[in-house]
Write a protein that binds this ligand. Sequence first.
Ligand code: NAD
Length: 269
Amino acid sequence: MKGLAGKTALITGASSGIGQAIAVRLAQEGCNIAINHRKSAEDAEDTEELALQKACGQAAECGVETLIIQGDVSKEEDILQMMSATVDKFGSLDILINNAGIQTERASHEVQTDEFDRVIAVNLRGAYLCAREMIKHLLEQQRSGVIINISSVHEIIPRPMYISYSISKGGMGNLTKTLALEYAKRGIRVNGVAPGATITPINESWTDDPNKQAIVESHIPMGRAGTSEEMAAAVAFLASDEAAYITGQTLFIDGGLTLYADFQETWSA
Ligand code: NAD
């Protein structure tokens, strides 16, 4: 896609699922990639290997470079270290993908304060702090750049039993819009990608059970869950110059999930 080759992208939570697919896709488009992981160095190495395979094929070198960086996005010091390691290695950073995310399931009246704080600290505060450091870097270097927040259909659909997750993704929608407006004149575009139900490790509770998966898919107008690669394709588009005039938007990649699936069949005269 236009304008991606030679750029540098940092992807948080890139050792699995959607983050891994984004790292692989951006490398395939010719980006250098910084692969953040919290605790699974081996999985991050898998991401690196897959990315280089896609980017370079059999060639020993193809100009795409990689960096694996450990860091917990809920810790400010880790974020600062992650950003400086990336800039030290590549000289600059053009694209930030705020992908790291967690969720916990519990009735809202039973959620413990530390559990609530943890989800917000990773999904929302972490995304903001990474964006803040990215924007400082871009302003210092007087560069344009792109930030993409990996949100969720739960940015707009309430999610009972997942109150902290729901709030974090709702907040992420506002994070996207506020930063987009504040920095539009500085050449910084900020957008969101909101996946619907996607086959990744975060959803093991239903992807490992065909019956449960069928129930989930029965609520999706297109009748199937999405893939990480489908999410990564949207990210690559928004990161590229093909999307040069798009900012402050969240693109829902959800097989129609946000179209109110219950209305697919007429249920009133
Ligand atoms: P996943 O569990 O495979 O990926 C989440 C990644 O975040 C993991 O690699 C994990 O190690 C990393 N992570 C967690 N805490 C971290 C921290 N403190 N610091 C750094 N990294 C951390 O699941 P996924 O489905 O690939 O999720 C990726 C993103 O997509 C998340 O933000 C999630 O909310 C969002 N999402 C997923 C779905 C879905 O159906 N899979 C739907 C909507 C939104």
